[in-house]
Design a protein around this ligand. Sequence first.
Ligand SMILES: Nc1ncnc2c1ncn2[C@@H]1O[C@H](COP(=O)(O)OP(=O)(O)OP(=O)(O)O)[C@@H](O)[C@H]1O
Ligand SMILES: [Mg+2]
Length: 224
Amino acid sequence: MLALTGVTKTYGDGAGRVTALDDVSLHVEAGGFVAVRGPSGSGKSTLLNIIGLLDKPDAGDVSLGGERVVLAGRAEAARLRNRLIGFVFQSFQLLPRLTAWENVALPLFHRGVGRDERRAKALAALDKVGLSDRAAHRPDALSGGQRQRVALARALVGEPALVLADEPTGSLDSVSAAAALNLLRDVNVRLGVTIVMVTHDREAAARCDRTINIRDGRVAGEAA
Ligand SMILES: Nc1ncnc2c1ncn2[C@@H]1O[C@H](COP(=O)(O)OP(=O)(O)OP(=O)(O)O)[C@@H](O)[C@H]1O
Ligand SMILES: [Mg+2]
């Protein structure tokens, strides 16, 4: 499903040069649910951004579904991302002026789906995360856990093959965190969606099929 070979990424130059990823190779099988753990600054978000085609590596190869994607241009990358990948960011990144369903429908908007269909699919996605009754609320009228569920619905609405989640439970209380994890697991098992989840939380990692540990931009080992 997903393979990285020799991926390297540096930021800045001269004395300020930082090697965020250093020769990273890894493989995630289709339908896998993989945790990525590591200290702050070890390169986890950089890794997710490169897998998600939001950022380009300096060297190395990335392939998604058997297709090499590193050479994709900007427009092609955006198209692939929109078709294949759902993102859940730690900070949710919901647009404050849009309602919950409008936020959820954004990936479909970028695909050129008409309003009625967008709305129907967004409402169905909100229903899956148990938020039908908040569809018309703006993000500032939702709790943290509810915002996270809206972000999750947005990640799932386009039926992606791959969901990338950067500390999806990081800012949630333990009950909301457990609910969000259950939801991800459910999506993984029922729909066969491949999931790569960055997490600091040992318990969250234990719910995954395996854990990839990152240290100083390198894969420091795996645990099943
Ligand atoms: N845009 C950028 N410009 C310069 N340096 C960057 C940039 N983004 C990340 N870095 C550096 O690259 C390294 C890896 O950052 P990254 O965000 O991937 O870490 P992380 O493992 O996600 O950390 P955290 O757990 O704190 O989120 C860090 O040293 C960081 O300072
Ligand atoms: Mg990070």
